[in-house]
Design a protein around this ligand. Structure first.
Ligand SMILES: Nc1ncnc2c1ncn2[C@@H]1O[C@H](COP(=O)(O)OP(=O)(O)O)[C@@H](O)[C@H]1O
Ligand SMILES: [Mg+2]
Length: 267
């Protein structure tokens, strides 16, 4: 079944069909496209020192090149290093403020004019406290008018005075929606989204799925949401195996094709 059909079916069966439930409107535009090669990295290694003095190797000599328009979905069990890899790649990413990881060795090269919009898994720390949601958002585009800001907040269902809520008081879901507002305002040409659906309801996940499919830039997405994996991804990085045989499989095609290949190989 193609994604469009699935989408229509899902809508028909959802609450939305029966009621006028508010739906967020997510759309990612780009200010300008990046160069053709968005990211190249070679032999990236990252380990953490454990409290007992041992070293835990998380990323071992992983290399890849990512082209403009690739929508890479990172899949695999929790604790396998998806977040660590993204942070490692972002450690010298243009325009990324959250830089809490460095790499042990390897080379990471971001391409010409790459601009990154980052949604961290632990995203609460990305939002500065002690100001209103609206003021926090506005600093990322001082040229925007108050109406522009209000409009984007409205798209993500901050109604009326809700944009005046203090950032300290935001729920997990509100913080997630506000971060999407920031990304929509910044109009980056690369999206790095680390488990963005954890605090979203079904309608929002659906809106995000559509927005990623329509986006013309490059995407790195960590998710366990099966529809997103199947419908939004054009390339799969599968984190798999145990301590002895851990590796990342880079399948340069969508999930369904990856599954078919695995089935064939098992025959
Ligand atoms: N800051 C850190 N210090 C020490 N160990 C860490 C740190 N962050 C992650 N780890 C460890 O690295 C491994 C991979 O974690 P993570 O990248 O968060 O996995 P995933 O995102 O796939 O769930 C886990 O064993 C985790 O405990
Ligand atoms: Mg993670």
């Amino acid at each position: 079944m193609n994604s469009r059909k699935k989408e229509v079916e899902r809508l028909a069966t959802s609450e939305l069909a029966r009621s006028n439930i508010a739906r967020p409107f997510i759309r990612f535009d780009m200010l300008r496209p990046s160069g053709k090669t968005v990211l190249e990295f070679e032999n990236v290694n990252k380990s953490y020192a454990q409290p007992d003095g041992k070293t835990e190797h998380v990323i071992n000599n992983f290399s890849a090149a990512v082209q403009r328009g690739d929508k890479v979905v990172l899949i695999g069990r929790n604790g396998q290093g998806k977040t660590t890899l993204l942070k490692a790649l972002l450690a010298n990413g243009p325009g990324v403020e959250e830089k809490d990881v460095s790499i042990d060795s390897g080379v990471v090269k971001w391409g010409h004019e790459a601009q990154i919009g980052y949604f961290a898994q632990d995203h609460k720390g990305s939002i500065q406290l002690g100001m209103t949601a609206s003021d926090w958002l506005h600093q990322f585009d001082p040229q925007a008018t108050k109406e522009d800001i209000r409009g984007i907040l409205g798209q993500m269902l901050f109604r009326g005075e809700e944009g005046l809520k203090k950032t300290d008081a935001l729920s997990g879901g509100e913080a997630a929606r506000l971060l999407f507002c920031k990304i929509m305002l910044q109009k980056p040409n690369v999206l790095v989204l680390d488990e963005p659906t954890n605090h979203l309801d079904l309608e929002s996940i659906n809106a995000l799925n559509q927005a990623i499919q329509k986006y013309e830039g490059t995407v790195f997405l960590v998710t366990h949401d099966q529809d997103l994996i199947e419908e939004a991804g054009t390339r799969i990085w599968h984190f798999e195996g145990g301590p002895e045989d851990f590796h990342i499989t880079d399948h340069k095609g969508p999930y369904e094709e990856y599954q078919q290949q695995l089935a064939l190989a098992a025959k």
